[in-house]
Design a protein around this ligand. Structure first.
Ligand SMILES: Cc1ncc(COP(=O)(O)O)c(C=O)c1O
Length: 398
């Protein structure tokens, strides 16, 4: 049967939006990785020094982690078959949570399918309509979505501005439930949340204190325990989120805190309740990654050596690297289209550093973002620095 009523595509407005992005030079295609996520890798059929992954410690391809994943698959299968709250809590999920709780020095941990789910799921579960979130303006999208889902009021303070956060808190009624929330490491700036000052504010005003340590997990603190350990604020952060998807090399996110918090999340965090749990291979890989962090902290030192070398090199060439304090080093150029142009030219010359523009960062803060890993060699990093110098001069950035 033919359809006589020629139907106008009801999604045509999406095409119009994409056309606008193209006109603005902000349209991106997905770069495709052939083979493994390595320090030098093949994207879009071109071999490039890879400064775009979150594979901080090179664990995505570590032979020990691969073996544990394969063994778990052989013994336990490829899937968990259910959500955690029905039939999908396997012994290996519980073992990972026990290991993480011991590592983070908290009473308990619950693992989610991703860091995104951990943030969005826990903020939305803990808060409700009458509550208020006080949130740094550069907090991650998953925090913002969690805040929106909670239906709590959202008060945003300028980036790391403690005095502004204090002014907001001072005008809120003492009886209102409040959540003060920050990233531990900001994903686009590479700087650190001011945890000691924020913890003091939370204590003064009776707030719940929450930190998203996605980019600090495996990077900051003793053996990669994160910014709470780095700043020595143990016991002062009520809700700690970490990720298993970046430095730990696999996939997942977790919330670390009191046993009461974790049992509450078992009952109310919607991604935990309504989405299937990790395959056993993922849980086994994360346990193996924790073994590496505990037994081989030297890899974290290698990451920091590379970070210091690369950051100093970019700064010596005159690039604006913002206020980064971590292996994430932005090269800020301002205009979003120029950031994309810089990224494209770097790629043509053999360096992959992702261009980032509005709405991920403010309109005048376009940049390419670089992330070094423990597995980059000095030669690879020097090559990348030479390419940055050449392309930066060519585009009039330095
Ligand atoms: C600050 C921050 N929080 C949370 C996440 C989400 O983590 P995941 O990739 O495990 O979902 C990310 C990752 O992009 C992030 O940068």
């Amino acid at each position: 049967m033919t359809n006589d009523h020629a139907r106008k595509d009801p999604l045509s407005f999406l095409g119009a939006e994409l056309d606008t992005l193209k006109q603005q030079g902000l349209y991106r295609h997905l770069r495709v990785l052939d083979g493994e996520q390595q320090a030098t890798a093949t994207f879009d059929h071109r071999q490039v020094v890879n400064l775009s992954s979150n594979n901080y410690l090179g664990l995505t391809t570590d032979p020990r982690l691969r073996e544990r994943a394969l063994e778990a698959t052989r013994v336990l299968g490829v899937g968990s078959g259910s959500v955690r709250t029905i039939a999908g809590t396997m012994a290996i999920h519980m073992e990972l949570e026990r290991r993480l709780a011991a590592f983070k020095q908290t009473e308990a941990v619950v693992v989610f399918q991703s860091g995104f789910a951990a943030n969005a799921g826990s903020v939305a579960a803990v808060l409700s309509r009458d509550d208020v979130v006080i949130s740094d303006e550069l907090n991650h999208a998953s925090i913002i979505d969690g805040c929106r889902l909670s239906r709590a009021a959202i008060e945003v303070f300028p980036h790391k501005d403690i005095a502004a956060a204090r002014r907001i808190l001072a005008r809120l009624p003492a009886t209102r439930r409040k959540l003060l929330i920050t990233d531990g490491v900001f994903s686009m700036e590479g700087d650190l949340g001011p945890l000691p000052e924020l913890c003091a504010l939370a204590e003064e005003f009776g707030c719940i204190m929450m930190v998203d340590d996605a980019h600090a997990s495996g990077v900051f603190g003793r053996n990669g325990r994160g910014t709470i350990d780095h700043f020595g604020v143990h016991g002062r952060v009520d809700i700690q989120v970490g990720t298993l998807s970046k430095a730990l090399g696999a996939l997942g996110g977790y919330v670390a805190g009191s046993r009461t918090l974790i049992e509450f999340l078992y009952h109310r965090a919607r991604p935990f309740l309504f989405s299937t749990s990790h395959p056993p291979a993922v849980a086994a890989t994360c346990i193996a990654a924790l073994d590496v962090l505990e037994q081989e902290p030297q890899i974290i030192e290698r990451l920091w050596e590379n970070t210091r070398f690369f950051k100093a090199g970019l700064q010596a060439q005159g690039f604006n690297t913002g206020l980064s304090e971590s292996p994430i080093t932005p090269v800020i150029v301002g205009d979003g289209a120029l950031a994309m142009k810089l990224s494209d030219r770097l790629f043509e010359e053999g360096v992959f550093a992702q261009g980032i523009a509005f709405p991920t960062v403010a309109r005048d803060k376009g940049r390419v973002r670089t992330i070094v890993t423990a597995t980059h060699t000095k030669d690879e990093l020097q090559f990348a620095l030479d390419v940055f110098a050449k392309v930066g001069r060519e585009l009039g950035i330095v």
